[in-house]
Design a binder for this molecule. Structure first.
Ligand code: MLT
Length: 328
């Protein structure tokens, strides 16, 4: 199944005037909103953003223009929003890697995700899948593990930069398999997936929303899922936990944020449009088919997202440090 992709138009952040945020709350939004996605087009964050933003635009009565600013595991795009005007016209859709996991992976980050951003609402939570190039000589997770261990000098795994979701999925996998293999960074797992299909590297742990269609078409192989329960979409693929790495579990939440100081009325307006979007039967059917778990009404509030962000920092920063990955 192919997700609809609209063309990316240049952002308008630079032309926005710097004004007090509350002055903009009345009648908001009166012009298009730029939604920064800190990864390349064609990947999971982009796909989810585009499905949600298309419907949210209808509810807000203004277009939401997705702008992809990839690189450095999403930190470039996140930083752009953290430093942008807080007038409600430059927002962020990103995942927990860029806001929580990367605290453990960078010696210093240009933003503080809890202080420099205003949570708006959770967009969805994604399981991940271990996928390999189609001709990797391993048909099961056990064979995969044996192959990687025997070939660790030449095996390569793909990811979307330090702190990306695919980096977290891959580093936890490699750490638990006790292998150190070469990582190939991309600006997003959209372009990485193209290279995996072309056999340019060996494996990747990516969000199901991005890889399910290609698994279905036989362009890549799925050898394990990152949740403790199998996915209904891949009933024959074992969990990585049951296949041998006890305790392996990684899921990725995605959410909407604005820059610090964005007016509460604007946050409420965008959150309301998000709530209506999540309640939309067509949107939820489409995303559920792609294994995206949509938040309940209570889980989709700005406060719930703030709590979720803190919980992810508390969980993943020590876990990544314990995996022995040194910050860059
Ligand atoms: C990631 O690994 O962080 C994501 O897959 C990024 C993306 O949306 O491309």
């Amino acid at each position: 199944m192919k997700l609809q992709r609209r063309s990316v138009m240049a952002g308008t952040a630079a032309s926005l005037a710097v004004v007090g945020s509350s002055a903009w709350a009345h009648g908001y939004p009166t012009k298009p909103i730029t939604m920064i996605v800190p990864f390349a087009a064609g990947g999971p964050t982009d796909a989810l953003a585009r499905v949600l933003c298309a419907k949210m635009s209808e509810h807000l009565g203004q277009q939401i223009v997705v702008e992809n600013i990839g690189g450095a595991g999403g930190t470039i795009g996140v930083n752009k929003v953290a430093k942008s005007n807080n007038d409600g016209y430059t927002l962020l859709f990103t995942h927990m890697g860029t806001l929580a996991v990367n605290i453990a992976l960078y010696k210093s980050l240009p933003y503080d995700s809890q202080k420099d951003l205003e949570p708006i609402g959770l967009g969805g939570t994604n399981p991940m899948v271990l996928v390999t190039k189609k001709d990797l000589p391993a048909k099961t997770f056990a064979e995969f593990q044996a192959y990687v261990k025997a070939n660790k000098e030449k095996v390569q795994y793909g990811m979307a930069g330090i702190g990306a979701a695919s980096h977290l999925g891959g580093l936890m996998l490699n750490s638990m398999m006790k292998v150190d293999v070469l990582e190939i960074p991309y600006k997003g797992t959209g372009p990485a997936l193209n290279d995996l299909m072309a056999g340019q590297f060996d494996y990747m742990v990516d969000q199901a929303v991005n890889v399910l269609p290609q698994i279905g078409s036989g362009n890549i192989k799925a050898l394990g899922v990152s949740t403790l329960k199998r996915l209904p979409q891949l009933p024959d693929v074992p969990t990585i936990d049951e296949a041998g790495l006890k305790g392996y579990e990684v899921t990725i939440w995605n959410g909407f944020f604005g820059p610090k100081g964005m007016a509460k009325e604007q946050i409420a307006k965008v959150n309301e449009a998000l709530g209506r979007t999540l309640a939309d039967a067509t949107v939820s059917k489409r995303l559920t088919e792609l294994a995206v778990e949509l938040p309940s009404k209570d889980e989709a509030t700005p406060e719930a997202l703030r709590t979720q962000l803190k919980a992810s920092i508390d969980k993943w920063v020590p876990a990544v440090k314990a995996a022995g990955v040194l910050p860059q």
